[in-house]
Design a protein around this ligand. Sequence first.
Ligand SMILES: [Zn+2]
Ligand SMILES: [Zn+2]
Length: 93
Amino acid sequence: MVRAAAEGVPLEGSVAGAGDHPVGGANQYHPCSVCGRLFNRAYNLKKHLLTHTGEKPFTCMFCPYRAALKGNVTKHMQARHLDRLAPPPHAAL
Ligand SMILES: [Zn+2]
Ligand SMILES: [Zn+2]
């Protein structure tokens, strides 16, 4: 076993910073900076990041319930405050 590329010794023909990371044009993944999970959409990564930060930007209109995802608040309101929710548009007509 020979240590060919010693630390600090630049390899001939190597491009600085290139490394062995494959550069994919079609598949652009968005890695989570916290846990390293890969997401194929920036939107999904953004949603996932909320689970790390604990940020819950969506709040219930009727109680202090908070959630990271809007869908969770919607489900909560339908389960807890169904009577206080406005009726669906088609019911008014
Ligand atoms: Zn993560
Ligand atoms: Zn509520």
